[in-house]
Design a protein around this ligand. Sequence first.
Ligand code: ARG
Length: 459
Amino acid sequence: MAKKPWGGRFQGGTEQEVEAFTSSLDFDRRLYLQDIAGSQAHARMLARQGIIAPEEAEAIVRGLEEIRAEIEAGEFGWDPALEDVHMAVESRLTHKVGEVGRKLHTARSRNDQVALDVRLFLAGEVEGLVADLTELRRAGARLARRHLGVLMPGYTHLQRAQPVLFSHHLLAYDEMWRRDQARLNESLARIRVSPLGAAALAGTTFPIDPQFSAEQVGFPEVFRNSMDAVSDRDFLLEFLAHASIIMVHLSRLAEELVLWSASEFGFVELPDAYATGSSIMPQKKNPDVPELIRGKCGRVCGNLTGLLMTCKGLPLTYNRDLQEDKEPLFDTLDTVKAAVRLATGLLGHLTIRPEGMRAALTGGFLTATDMADYLAAKGVPFRSAHEMVGRTVRQAEAQKKELWELSLEEIREFAPQTEPDLFDWLKVENSVARRTSPGGTAPVRVAEVLARVEEELEL
Ligand code: ARG
């Protein structure tokens, strides 16, 4: 069994169950690159400040470089007795370069070390996720471009409400994804703060230069309070919250894809490569991918809640509870990245059924608001116009007719101000075309927004 780096004050070994319970090696080895980069930065700082000799720092940096190669080649022996990635790497370092390896931990603690590792790791992942979201937005924008002009019912309360452009509906998601990207980008400023130099909690007696360490790892900012630096996990809570919002957005889209692909709607057909069959019902094509995107939303939101609970009530400063931050982080990242990529694939290969959308535009009096607008434009107070149209709708419904199938005389019974041009207003195309207000669904407005989105996405 490996000797524990903290073994000095202990007599006898650790209970095996305790070792298994406290070890984070199985998951935190994922941080090896960041751990090595952080240690190299620290060693260089120590040498620059005259705390260790330049040759010592060089030996450490080189040794760590070799360890990186060993890990990447799958030759690194991860000893479970070594508790975590920090001790596994450091112990291997000492094994390779000798006594000088034992100087690396001068003026440092695993508390500032692990905080740095996670921050470095997350910064890279956040940048990757922003890029993945760009691909998702591109798939959405391409789909919107391809079907510009297709009409569908817009819904409120899942009841058909007013005709809209399919592209308008789709571009609503682009707004969500653009905000998701903005949130992630803004959070980078708080992630990229180096805690290195906080040491265990109180700082150190050595003449360190935390600014230099931060520059070495490419972080623009340095902690201001050592106690906060080792105990702060806000940046992770924030990320989990942002990830939860991303999943909520994807889950809403997924829900619509599930609905739209059902024969009750018949608005879209899911790509075969993204659907699955039933083991008993040969005719089935199931929307498992959107269903799982929707389902995994719960898991990501659960990770946020879990870490909030872990952090609540923790006294300052570092507590081992904080080791519980990594699994929800990794799980969230894996889940969100997969969900974003799969949503990208779904949109990229989705078949649109304009005739299904068109069929849903009849039967629901979707242009009733247009008739009310028509009367209001003629000077009828909108509330009165609303009531007149309501009565007209009731009449049409009783006769099992569309509004435009009533005669002018019949309509005039309820709305005497009506002229023959009303029938123009009742057409779904015209209803959409007239909604030219800013951000509205008129083709001219949607085309403007789409052009701006395409420019942002370099399409
Ligand atoms: N594995 C630990 C974690 O993830 C590293 C820090 C341990 N620090 C300590 N004082 N025991 O939080």
